[in-house]
Design a protein around this ligand. Structure first.
Ligand code: PLP
Length: 415
């Protein structure tokens, strides 16, 4: 369910007319719906016990406007860098609702987290345990930690977004979990508070989650028997969203919540979840203008002013995004929808049935709110798309597009 609908033949974001908005802010731009963000957060949070920490995964969409919207509903944050940590704090997420994940935290980032007083560090390796212990000791603090355990479960998702098999760089292998906890317990500036896992993203079946949750629940019992105080379980993010109408519907949050409850029943642990895509993906579209309609030998190309530098998911993950005309009309032509970047992979969709479109017409690339703007680059010296947040009939530019001069001004010619 999202709030991008046609009214009087034009696509709206809530009560904002995207055609009029495009005139005001220029294209391309990402447009996010507050109502959709809020709805997704609430539906997800309601699937879990009240005291569950929903730590929104900032990597999915870290715009301060988005973070503030979620923070106001009580969301925590899952961050993977010092920059994301600063953003979450700036948006008003309380430090005690922030968890810090990621395989390569630097000592400077650890210091930031310790000084802010975050909820926990999800540690991903033995050397990281040692480094965090030494940084905490220097600051005269104890770092609350979980260890991310790699449950060696194949999430059956795209190879570039699976994280929970023994082939991946993430977490400590399942088979070394007890030794890693023993090591952590021997380091005086660390306080073991729980266990963490995350098996991948865009997972559309319950079975891999259930297998991983069962392993983690067993591990909690084993670690407790070893004498560790395990009071929290962080189950990561990963619940997928449908990108194409033909995609299998991912499990509803209630079913996911019920699977979690079954797995952790009787353990008496606080729960943490780190959803990203599920909250943000359907809350955003990328609006772009047609620069040219080009008749190729075998194909008709719709050349947009948005490119793979703005939305890299199709090129990077072979991801499907629905593309619609902002002016409502019946499909009448078949296009390959491409960007202007000098790469053959700058292709948003092949053989798409759309209304007959011409130069200057607008299209919206749907389900672009997660892993869209956050992954944008300035490839081909193209300033990334602006970002706009809508609430009812109100809108605000929450990240302006840089001018060419601002972008070029970041470079320096050495003396
Ligand atoms: N937590 C961690 C540790 C992650 O790596 C990710 C994404 O890969 C997430 C949470 C969010 O996952 P998703 O956006 O699929 O919910």
């Amino acid at each position: 369910m999202n709030h991008f609908q046609y009214k009087d033949g034009r696509l709206f974001a809530e009560d904002v007319d995207l055609t009029a908005l495009a005139q005001k802010v220029g294209t391309p731009f990402y447009c996010y719906s507050s109502a959709t963000l809020e709805r997704h957060y609430r539906v997800f949070a309601e699937a879990f016990p009240k005291d569950t920490l929903i730590a929104y995964s900032v990597k999915a969409n870290g715009n301060l406007g988005v973070l503030k919207t979620l923070a106001q509903l009580g969301a925590g944050a899952d961050v993977v860098s010092g920059g994301e940590l600063k953003k979450a704090l700036k948006a008003g997420v309380p430090a005690n609702k922030i968890v810090f994940s990621g395989v390569g935290k630097t000592r400077a980032e650890m210091m930031l987290g310790l000084e802010a007083g975050i909820h926990q560090f999800n540690v991903e390796s033995e050397p990281e345990l040692a480094a965090l212990n030494s940084v905490a000791k220097e600051l005269g603090k104890r770092a609350p930690i979980t260890i991310r355990i790699n449950p060696d479960v194949d999430a059956k998702t795209h190879a570039k977004i699976t994280t929970g098999t023994s082939e991946n760089k993430f977490g400590i292998p399942w088979s070394r979990a007890r030794e890693a906890y023993k090591l952590a317990a021997s380091l005086p500036s660390l306080e073991i508070v729980g266990v963490d896992m995350h098996i991948g993203s865009q997972i559309t079946e319950l079975a891999p989650f259930e297998a991983a949750f069962a392993r983690v629940a067993d591990l909690v019992k084993t670690l407790r028997a070893d004498g560790h105080s395990i009071k929290r379980i962080d189950l990561g993010g990963g619940l997928g969203v449908p990108y194409a109408p033909t995609d299998p519907a991912p499990p509803a949050p209630e079913l996911y919540g019920a699977a979690v409850s079954r797995a952790v029943a009787g353990l008496g642990c606080e729960l943490i979840l780190e959803p990203g895509r599920l909250i943000a993906a359907n809350a955003g579209v990328l609006v772009s203008r047609v620069t040219y309609v080009k008749e190729g030998e075998a194909k008709k190309f719709l050349i947009l002013d948005a490119g793979m530098n703005d939305l890299i998911r199709p090129a990077m993950y072979d991801a499907h995004h629905e593309i619609v005309s902002v002016r409502e009309a019946a499909p009448a032509a078949v296009y390959d929808v491409v960007g202007p970047v000098c790469e053959s992979s700058d292709l948003f969709g092949s053989n798409r049935r759309l209304p007959e479109l011409k130069e200057g017409d607008l299209v919206a690339i749907l389900t672009a709110g997660a892993y869209g703007a956050v992954m944008a680059s300035a490839y081909n010296a193209r300033p990334p798309a602006a970002e706009v947040l809508v609430k009812g009939d109100q809108w605000a530019v929450v990240r302006p597009r840089m001018s060419d001069d601002e972008l070029i001004g970041l470079d320096r010619i050495p003396g």
